[in-house]
Design a protein around this ligand. Structure first.
Ligand code: SF4
Length: 367
């Protein structure tokens, strides 16, 4: 008989309800969005808007800003008005800032029930204010600030404890007929985090905001986040993502975007296919790959550029790419769409690749 088709790598997307974070839809069939958070003092409106502009340019869809004081709350209207992307206010401890953020024109508010005292008593009023303003919420449960009742019950922030907290808070909002919220259940351990989201995904159709919290410095945080998000997204779980790094937020956006592109959940843009180099390499592949990457940063068309150290796999990969170089003997053979268009001395490889890339990108419609 006919061989059966191979199973798709990604499970179908979990059916979640769709909410709006300002101009960006989250959940349902909406594209999975990338979020980050500003690191500037929110009171410094200009610096915050400057950082938001940088995040927007890097591909960030939604940005969150901290609001720990009245001065921060006072800065929110100007930030919400001038930001190019929807702004979410991040509120802990003080419910009064939830209302301030709603009044300020923020697209959404993140609330952490574990950190808002007597939160349950506030739910009705928060739901009403958000509903009236067309503002959505995130119920952001975090291992580091789990509701005391659940910490006592479970002894530590287990996946089950995070989920019980989230489902409890979701139920309170739903009792007041408020449904415009997404949920996160973050933990710094990717295994616990993945388990928590798997459990949560079965409990309701809420859109889910994925995050490994306090994931660490750039290298560890990138790997932890990619591993956990990859596991969940491949099961169809996750509607918006935030990579948390102890590194500038633009790096978070780059990593988040790359994770989605790697899973074909977002159109690929520039892709560098470069070899790891080995004892056969006749050029410095690391430097070559870094220089080509730097020279082509910000490219918005799906260009594949192969940077190969020698002729073993070099010509093959270079031919499969839109553009590539296979090096050897102090020279680089430059390939475009599978044809060698020229051979240049090693010192001219980077410049030639960048020139050719720009030319091809223009043909592909790069603005
Ligand atoms: Fe080694 Fe050549 Fe393969 Fe690069 S392309 S890893 S240099 S064999």
């Amino acid at each position: 008989g006919m061989p059966s088709a191979p199973a798709p790598v990604l499970a179908p997307r979990r059916a979640s309800r769709k909410i709006r974070v300002g101009s960006v839809a989250v959940g349902g069939d909406a594209p999975i969005s990338v979020q980050s958070m500003t690191t500037t003092p929110t009171t410094d409106v200009n610096a915050t808007l400057q950082q938001i502009a940088e995040l927007t340019a890097a591909g960030c869809d939604i940005v969150r800003v901290a609001c720990p004081s009245q001065d921060d709350a006072d800065a929110l209207p100007a930030i919400a008005r001038k930001s190019q992307i929807p702004v979410i206010a991040d509120i802990h401890f003080q419910p009064k800032y939830v209302y301030a953020a709603i009044d300020a024109g923020c697209a959404a508010v993140r609330v952490n029930p574990g950190n808002i005292r007597k939160f349950d008593d506030q739910v009705k009023q928060i739901a009403r204010a958000a509903q009236d303003a067309g503002v959505s919420l995130r119920i952001g449960v975090n291992a580091g600030s789990l509701d005391k009742r659940l910490l006592e019950k479970y002894g530590k922030p287990t996946a089950e404890a995070l989920v019980e907290s989230a489902v409890w808070e979701a139920g309170l909002f739903e009792e007041h007929d408020f449904h415009d919220f997404k949920i996160s259940v973050k933990h710094n351990d990717p295994v616990v985090m993945v388990r928590a989201y798997q459990l949560l995904a079965e409990r309701g159709d809420w859109p889910l905001h994925l995050g490994v919290t306090e994931a660490g410095p750039a290298f560890q945080g990138t790997v932890k986040s990619a591993t956990a998000f990859g596991a969940l997204l491949s099961q169809g779980i996750g509607d918006t993502i935030r990579v948390s790094l102890s590194a500038p937020p633009v790096e978070e956006v780059k990593v988040g975007t790359q994770i989605l592109q790697s899973l074909n959940l977002r159109p690929r843009k520039l892709e560098i296919v470069s070899c790891p180099s080995c004892g056969r390499a006749q050029v410095d592949v690391y430097t070559l790959a870094d220089e080509v990457t730097a020279g082509l940063e910000g490219m918005t068309v799906p260009l594949r550029v192969a940077v190969m150290g020698c002729v073993v796999n070099g010509p093959g990969e270079a031919r499969e790419a839109d553009l590539g170089v296979a090096s050897g003997n102090g020279k680089g053979q430059i390939f475009v769409k599978g044809e060698v268009i020229k051979t240049v001395p090693e010192k001219d490889i980077v410049e030639t690749l960048i020139e050719e890339a720009m030319r091809i990108a223009e043909e592909m419609g790069e603005s």
